[in-house]
Each structure stands twice: as structure tokens, then as C-alpha cells.
Design a protein around this ligand. Structure first.
Ligand code: GDD
Ligand code: MN
Length: 363
């Protein structure tokens, strides 16, 4: 990081059609930092907005340290835009802030103070003591925010991990190859993958007054996918096992539905039992491919399905075999058959999982 200056701050703002907001943002930053004698630059990381954002930045650059970086050729991506902006930073201290004035630039000095200690990330928090959401935020928006925050709870100790307003030293930003964000929550990505202790700075968050929120189902789904990745990163094997278990339970529902449905349609119970196994196995294979082992390379479908079926049959055999052996040979289990049933399920699932890891969804 030689050549990067330590005094001063690079402020990165991602933009998608924010021409109207930029002048006020730059003016407010200038009003806070210049009198305090803190050298600064504002890096506008724009996704080729074509609404006059570029012209507005160029105009500002005539009198203020504003730099425009236009991302072209890539799909618009808030997280990547922020990372590109950070890459371009001239100073070691970096602040990320929304362009729409939701975050008060007046809090920047407090964020910088909070990272003086070194290896940490300072987060502008709505939910820390003294922080708040100013102005009208519908019950619906509030609920969305609270649920999202709750889902991220086990990942990081922070009252507002959804915040897009944060500061850290450039040298503590993980390498690009270590980051795999999806969607909007680049702050959360940095906290979790950088294993950075969080310092909270209470802020008054203000919803945008112009334009409209881009919160939609697409973004919610992106958030869930991002969370899924971060849980995998943070909890490793435990996360995979839990995932496999949940998929297995959902497969049991499919299995039962087909078992009952086929009999309702007139099939005998043994035939129904035999047939219902396959949609359940297929369901499990598909979901594990998508979720549990979503980070592994995708093998050809037919071959992988066959392998998963073999692993599942082996698991079933182990399950049944364990039950038969335990109830037949161990007195305790002979008296408590339900315990043998559970032991069989655990043993069968463990084998199924081990085979899935090594044989079906190989690295
Ligand atoms: N370059 C780029 N590319 N910028 C983007 C993109 C994109 O695809 N999408 C959004 N932005 C910019 C916006 O122009 C704005 O400056 C900032 O990212 C946040 O986008 P908003 O559309 O205002 O998001 P929001 O208000 O729903 O969400 C914000 O609020 C959360 C807290 O509730 C985000 O700032 C979150 O980071 C924040 O935590
Ligand atoms: Mn906003």
C-alpha cells in the first residue's frame, strides 16, 4: 500500500442515476471536512447512469476533489461498484456512503475517529443507542429492515449490519479474490469475510426524498443468496450439515406426499413406497446441487443424479441395516425400538452426506 497517504479520507459513493443528489452530497462533505483540515476526495463509482450523473460529477470536479469512475461493460452491481471505488482510493482511510443523502456526511469525522484504533470497521448505525430512522418509514420498510437484520444476527455483532455507511482502513479490506458479494450488502460482506470487529456510530438515517426505493423481490432473493454464502463461510461444515438436513426434511415431505398421493390414485402401498422414493431423491439432488453444494463445480446432470441416487440408496440401506442390527443384537434397542429408528436415520444420513461430499458433489 505504498504511496497511499494516511492522512485524509477517500469517500466512495456508488451511484445509479443520482445526478440530482451529487451536488448536495459533495457540498455537505466539503462543509464538514475542509474546515476540519482533513484532506478528502469523493469517488463517484457510477454504473453508467446516463442521467447526467457524469456531467454533474465533472462539474463538481472543477472546484472540489471529486473523481468520477464509470463502470462500463459490466452489469450494474452496487457491491462491485463500491469495491472498484475502494480500489481507486488515494488515501488509506476509506468511507462508503450512499449518494442519496440517506446517510449524514456530518457523521464522517466520528466514523474516522472510530477506526483510529486500526483493524476494525466503523458502521453508521440506525439501531445503536442514539441512532434513529428520521422521517417517515412505513411499517413495511421497518419490518423488512428488522427481518433482514435478524437473519444476519448470527454472522456478526452489529446492531445494523445492513448499513451501507461505513469506514475502514484500506489495508484491512480483504483481497478481491476473497470477496463474493451478491447484491447490496457490501458492508456485511466486509465485516464477515474480513473478520473485522465492528465499532458502531449512531446516525440518523433519512430515507431518500427523490426517486424511489429499489427494494423488490429480486433484491430480497439476492440478499438471501448472499446470506447463504456468508453462513457457509462463517460456519463451514456445520452450515453444510444444517443445509443438508433441511433439504433432507423437505425431501421427506415430497416423499410422503407422493406415497399418499399414489395410493389415493389406486397404487398399492409397496409400489407407492417404491415409487415415491424417486421424486424425493430427485428433489434432494436438485436442492443440494443448488444450495448445500452450490459452491462446488457443476457436474453433468444425468451422471450426478445417478450418483446421488446411489448415495441415497446406500444411505437407506445403512439406515435399515443399523435398525435391524441394533434391535436384533442390542438389548437396549430391542426394548426401545424408536431409539433404534433414530440411530438408523442418523447413521444413514451421515453416510449419505459423506458420499455426497466426496462422490456426488466433488470439488
Ligand atoms: N454503481 C451502482 N450500481 N450504484 C448503485 C446501484 C448499482 O447497481 N444500485 C444502487 N446504487 C446506489 C444508489 O445510487 C445509492 O447511492 C446507493 O447505491 C443505495 O441505493 P438505494 O437505492 O438508495 O438503496 P436503499 O435506500 O434501498 O438501500 C440503502 O439503504 C440500506 C439501509 O436500509 C442502501 O444504502 C443500503 O446499503 C443501506 O444499508
Ligand atoms: Mn437509499
Amino acid at each position: 500500500m505504498s504511496g497511499r497517504r494516511h492522512r485524509g479520507v477517500s469517500i466512495v459513493t456508488p451511484t445509479l442515476r443520482e445526478a440530482e443528489c451529487l451536488p448536495a452530497l459533495a457540498a455537505r462533505i466539503d462543509a464538514v471536512l475542509s474546515p476540519a483540515g482533513i484532506p478528502w476526495e469523493l469517488i463517484v463509482s457510477d454504473d453508467d447512469s446516463r442521467d447526467g450523473t457524469a456531467a454533474a460529477a465533472a462539474e463538481l470536479a472543477r472546484s472540489l476533489p471529486v473523481r468520477l469512475r464509470v463502470r462500463r461493460g459490466a452489469a450494474p452491481d452496487l457491491s462491485q461498484a463500491v469495491l472498484d471505488g475502494i480500489d481507486a482510493a488515494r488515501f488509506d482511510q476509506v468511507v462508503v456512503i450512499d449518494a442519496d443523502l440517506s446517510h449524514p456526511p456530518e457523521a464522517i469525522p466520528r466514523l474516522l475517529k472510530a477506526i483510529e484504533g486500526g483493524r476494525c470497521i466503523a458502521v453508521g448505525s440506525r439501531y445503536a443507542a442514539g441512532g434513529r430512522v428520521a422521517g417517515p418509514w412505513s411499517l413495511y420498510r421497518t419490518l423488512n429492515s428488522r427481518v433482514a437484520t435478524l437473519l444476519a444476527r448470527p454472522l456478526v455483532r452489529c446492531s445494523d449490519p445492513m448499513s451501507g455507511f461505513f469506514a475502514l482502513h484500506r489495508r484491512f479490506v480483504p483481497k478481491r479474490s476473497e470477496l463474493r458479494p451478491i447484491g447490496y450488502k457490501i458492508g456485511l460482506e466486509l465485516m464477515v469475510r474480513g473478520r473485522l470487529p465492528v465499532r458502531e456510530v449512531p446516525i440518523a438515517f433519512r430515507d431518500r426524498r427523490r426517486g424511489e426505493s429499489k427494494l423488490n423481490w429480486r433484491r430480497r432473493l439476492d440478499f438471501l443468496r448472499h446470506l447463504h454464502r456468508l453462513y457457509g463461510f462463517r460456519f463451514g461444515l456445520a452450515a453444510r450439515l444444517a443445509n443438508f438436513g433441511v433439504v433432507g426434511l423437505s425431501g421427506l415431505v415430497i416423499d410422503t406426499a407422493f406415497y399418499l398421493g399414489l395410493q389415493w390414485a389406486g397404487a398399492g402401498h409397496l409400489l407407492a413406497r417404491f415409487l415415491s422414493f424417486w421424486p424425493a431423491v430427485t428433489w434432494n439432488w436438485r436442492l443440494n446441487r443448488l444450495l448445500t453444494f452450490g459452491d462446488r463445480p457443476r457436474a453433468a446432470r444425468a451422471r450426478q443424479w445417478t450418483r446421488f441416487s446411489i448415495a441415497s440408496v446406500a444411505g437407506l440401506a445403512a439406515n435399515f441395516g443399523a435398525y435391524a442390527a441394533l434391535t436384533g443384537l442390542v438389548d437396549l434397542f430391542a426394548r426401545h425400538r424408536l431409539a433404534a429408528l433414530f440411530a438408523g436415520v442418523v447413521i444413514g444420513s451421515a453416510l449419505n452426506f459423506a458420499l455426497a461430499t466426496r462422490f456426488v458433489y466433488r470439488r
